[in-house]
Design a protein around this ligand. Structure first.
Ligand code: HSE
Length: 293
């Protein structure tokens, strides 16, 4: 049996809209085994146990890419990444399906090829890159339509707390709400802050992160779609932390530089929002991992 373990990913990190993404220590697994039937899927709601399942679609796409026949397969999904909350649940499915098929045929694809395939399916590389490589990824699609990605180490002193509301924000709505233009001075602001943020994360300099992370491209608009945004921000700031909207939301991700303050955020979020899911996480440094069991 092939087991693929994929980390949750948190895109944007404030000022890195559509280009930065962070892998965090919340994991989902998918097992791939030979089957007598064309397709068996377990571990997900009935409506996803068919050929439209995203893990299976990525598996089939990869078999086609490799010019291999699609084998009969039993897929068992253990998903801990909440769906449609801005934590890379679709990147998880896509990366797991691609890596599952790649390993089925003795791993002919490099991670860069896996990234190209995954970006084609997802439409953007900001989640799939850290899902494959771990760490903090900065990615873009170049003029030849190839994906370029680089990775930064994140200082292990930094702690991350997911504040996951019990409501969704639709990605379509979160994109529709954005303006179509920004000024030259705002672009300069954004570039400077984003580049400095990568280094500040590497250094673990929370004071600098707090300054760098303040975004002008999407958060001011998207925060209006999250009714508890200001309350969540207050909880983070009281624990000396900062916060950004993870992906297109609704999750908000707190950053602090010690365990005690991370736990303070967990406790206060659970107290004020008992229906939310709150996890104290680290950065994942390995990305998706395959295991033959
Ligand atoms: N970068 C994307 C966005 C992530 O913020 O819309 C969600 O897919």
């Amino acid at each position: 049996m092939i087991r693929i373990k994929v980390p949750a990913t948190s895109a944007n990190i404030g000022v890195g809209f559509d280009c930065m993404g962070l892998a965090v220590s919340l994991y989902s697994n998918v097992d791939f085994e030979p089957s007598k039937k064309k397709l068996e899927i377990y571990g997900c709601p009935e409506e996803f146990r068919n050929e439209n399942n995203l893990v299976y679609k990525a598996f089939v796409n990869t078999c086609d890419f490799l010019n291999e026949p699609v084998p009969n397969v039993r897929i068992t999904i253990e998903n801990n990444i909440p769906v449609a909350r801005g934590l890379g649940s679709s990147a998880f499915c896509i990366v797991a399906g691609i890596k599952g098929a790649n390993d089925w045929f003795d791993a002919p694809l490099s991670n860069d090829e896996i990234l190209d395939l995954a970006t084609n399916m997802e439409g953007h590389p900001d989640n799939v890159s850290p899902a494959i490589y771990g760490k903090l990824g900065v990615s873009f699609i170049d003029e030849n339509k190839d994906v370029q990605t680089v990775h930064f180490n994140v200082n292990p002193s930094l702690r991350f707390v997911t504040m996951i509301p019990n409501y969704e924000v639709s990605t379509d709505k979160a994109r529709e709400i954005l303006p179509t233009e920004m000024s030259y001075s705002e672009a300069i602001y954004q570039v400077g802050h984003a580049v400095a943020l990568s280094k500040a994360m590497e250094l673990g300099n929370l004071k600098l992160i707090r300054e760098c992370i303040i975004d002008k491209m999407h958060e001011p608009y998207r925060s209006k779609l999250i009714p508890d945004y200001e309350n969540a921000k207050n909880i983070c700031e009281k624990a000396n932390g900062t916060m950004y909207i993870s992906g297109s939301g609704s999750t908000m991700m707190a950053i602090v530089d010690n365990e005690k303050n991370a736990e303070k955020i967990v406790e206060n979020t659970k107290k004020d929002f008992p229906d939310w899911k709150v996890y104290h996480l680290n950065v994942d440094t390995k990305g998706a991992i395959s295991e033959v069991i």
